[in-house]
Design a protein around this ligand. Sequence first.
Ligand code: FUB
Length: 455
Amino acid sequence: MKRSLKVFLTGLILSLFLGAPCAHASNPFAEYVYAADPSAHVWNGRVYVYASGDRTDAQEYDMTETRCFSSDDLVNWKDEGSVLRIADIPWASRHLWAPDCALINGVYCLYFPVHNKEGAPCIGVATSNSPTGPFKALPQPLSGVAGIDPSVFVDDDGQAYIFWAGAGLQGARLKPDGLSLDGPAQKISGAKEFFEGPWMFKRQGHYYMTYPALRPGGSGRGGSGQNYDYGTLTSPLGPLTYKGTFSTSELGGNIHGSQLEWNGRWLCFYHDYSTSVGLKKAGFKRALRVDELRFAPNGDILPLEWTTSGPTKLKNLNPYERVEAECLGAADIPEGEHAIRVEPCEAGGQDVGSLGNGDWMRYSNVDFGAGASTFEASVASPINGAKLELRLDSLTGPIIGQCDVPNTGGWQTWQKTQCPIILAKGVRDVYVRIIGEGTGDLCNFDWFRFTPRPK
Ligand code: FUB
């Protein structure tokens, strides 16, 4: 046998039986859906990202829903669905834009900009006792605020501040329940070329404010692009000392995001429109990204390095516990259109719907340990003959199982299906691909779980 063939076969056998390392890109994340303006917070060991729900048929910034995504590993992102819709805000008309959420006195307060029925830009609050809603909007917008892009910073002493883009960079204290201003709005001076999207964080006792800024000579929107600038402050309401630009909207359009520390690492969430490039109205169909944020020894923010791999994983995925189908490391986006749809599930939470022949989902860093023996999934379909095909590491990787999807009698009539599993050991990526006849929808998928091989 030739040496090269021997090396190849040895590699293949080792990867099949020992487990191959997984090194898959995760930027943009949740790339099967358009979303923008990510505001991130960590609560109870998960990061929650609140985002503008850009429309697939966007003509402008005509968003009608706020979306939420969460993760405990920074690789697999659970699509929590739509947590607020314009239709649920009695005084709103259009343009449900960049949101933020804060935990104030045990209540999750979602702050959102939207135009009122008279067309004026207002900021509203909706509350819930869960970070994923349902959120109920207060009957009136916040009084004393006119503008867009709210963000809320809660200081170490529990005092909450709200910032927004109005007549320049504005800020105010919030009352202890977070539901109204405690004092007048104040203009924060010093934010050179400020355009929108303010975000405050505190590091080593210093306050930082990041914001999308006008590029010299640019309009701040559209083709001219934006810079991502920042300054530091000695107290939340300023003044701000301008420090510079740490990133820029590489494709043009805008950039807007948030920064936080998690497990000793600083992260920057932001957006571009890399999943819609070449499509009509691409700049209104944006994609979520996250990368590590680094600082110089003197505290300056270093230029943000945009990566396709994203931050390193925090942990592996345990396949022996129930995994929600919408907890995705990646999914199919043929030619920029959306192949899969995450939708409310009548069995609770969300499911992945509209699955047709060839559609696929990836679950990353699945830790099979010594090996799995069976796969069980909850599926729904009014069609005969669909299957879930499971492969390791890529769409052409080894097949580890194939599960029939029974005709359950309806798109929301759920049944369990099971199949034996071979070759799944160690830490691997798992691709679930739908196989069946025709070009229409074949099945919906709610959750799955593997069973470990008996010792
Ligand atoms: O998402 C709509 C608008 O685009 C936001 O309010 C701005 O910050 C910009 O990202």
